[in-house]
Ligand binder design. Structure first.
Ligand code: GCU
Length: 387
């Protein structure tokens, strides 16, 4: 795993707000042909598909969805660390295309106390973890706390879909099921593969009577946060989308070039995004989109961004700005009461509302129990207000 501290030493990044260029952002509400987008129909039929296609082609690459079979096998290999509170289900998801099969592992904890179907929270994990049950350090995936609140929660490790490694990323689903993607400049790469994995997890949840998929949230931290956002944009089965500290190529506005930049990320991790994205190294101003427009593609479903004060590499202000600007889709297109009235510098408490929320906490780059406490408040609010 490439460590952020090494990267920060290796690449010189700007941390001086006075050196951030004036922001001239593309207009989310004018279509490529110049149509002014003012209502839900024009947004959903014209502008949203246009933007989604630009992000696919220029940034993240495809997520091919065709395959011949999918099957779910319940295995029993590991001991449940929480036998009193939860039932552990280990599920091997096997997908076959053109005679080749790839199997990924999903770990699901179901609350024992539940009487009706439970809401589901999926965490995309990429950290070193117990490879079998996907458990990481306390706080990063707080199974006990989520179960106590009545949520079912699941996780899969990115590694079981596409290895997080420049030499080996094709060894999973890309090379096995979709090898033709590799020759394409806009083909599937690592984030596309992880997003594909999250979609297959949702395919399983839809077969599980103890889960209420209408109340579902996808969560990811950092590189998995970028993926959670891209998944939520592409798969409308997720009701709530929560990328934590997702930074460059996630929530943060690329044109600010504060902390990690497009060039840095494409140099250190050339296998995360597609080949086309590299055209924008040192040329952010030529991007036809910026990340606030990606945020908009989640609407009218709910979106939450979060930052950490010392996580300057991920540009907390850029993350907040993209929520503030992106949330205009809820107010201006969908007519909902959503607003982020405060300047970044004045933020103290989390802003948690129906449809959109944001918090910044003290401390370093990480996913912590404090972050999850706010996610839970946001999920509970949004699930309870579902129409
Ligand atoms: C690196 C990378 C970031 C990424 C982070 C992580 O720091 O530069 O883009 O978010 O790793 O995944 O923790």
């Amino acid at each position: 795993l490439i460590q952020t501290t090494n990267l920060m030493a290796q690449y010189s990044a700007n941390y001086d707000e006075s050196k951030v260029p004036p922001l001239i952002l593309p207009d989310p509400f004018v279509s490529d042909k110049g149509t002014l987008i003012q209502n839900i129909s024009d947004w959903e039929n014209i502008r949203r598909p246009e933007l989604l296609e630009i992000f696919r082609r220029e940034v993240y690459g495809s997520i091919p969805k065709d395959f011949d079979f999918i099957s779910f096998q319940i295995v029993s290999e590991n001991q449940n660390p929480y036998p009193d509170e939860a039932e552990l289900k280990e599920i091997d998801i096997s997908v076959t295309r053109n005679g080749e099969t790839h199997t990924m592992r999903l770990n699901l904890f179901l609350p024992k106390s539940q009487k009706s179907a439970a809401p589901i929270v999926l965490l995309i994990n990429y950290k070193p973890a117990d490879p079998a049950i996907g458990l990481v350090e306390e706080g990063f995936w707080p199974v006990k706390e989520l179960i106590a609140k009545g949520f079912a929660t699941a996780s899969f490790h990115g590694e079981t879909v596409a290895p997080d490694d420049p030499e080996r990323f094709t060894e999973g689903v890309i090379g096995k099921l979709y090898p033709e993607e590799l020759a394409k400049e806009d083909g599937m790469r690592t984030f596309g593969a992880w997003a594909w994995g999250a979609m297959r997890a949702m395919d399983y949840f839809e077969t599980e009577p103890r889960i209420e998929t209408k109340k579902s949230a996808i969560v990811g931290h950092s590189r998995a946060g970028k993926t959670a956002l891209w998944t939520g944009v592409n798969d409308s089965r997720w009701a709530v989308v929560i990328p934590n500290e997702s930074g460059c190529g996630g929530a943060a506005i690329s044109r600010r070039k504060f902390g990690e930049t497009v060039k840095i990320i494409n140099t250190a991790f050339p296998y995360w995004f597609n080949e086309n994205f590299k055209k924008y190294n040192d040329a952010e101003n030529t991007l036809p989109i910026d990340q606030h427009m990606l945020a908009m593609l989640v609407a009218p479903r709910a979106l939450y961004f979060s930052s950490a004060r010392e996580d300057r590499w991920a540009d907390p202000k850029g993350e907040y700005l993209s929520m503030k600007l992106g949330s205009r889709v809820y107010s201006e297109i969908y007519g909902k009461e959503v607003s982020f009235p405060l300047e970044f510098e004045k933020l103290e408490k989390p802003i948690i509302q129906h449809y959109a929320g944001y918090h910044i906490r003290e401390g370093k780059h990480n996913l912590t129990l404090e972050d999850w406490d706010h996610f839970i408040t946001f999920m509970e609010l949004n699930f309870s207000q579902q129409e």
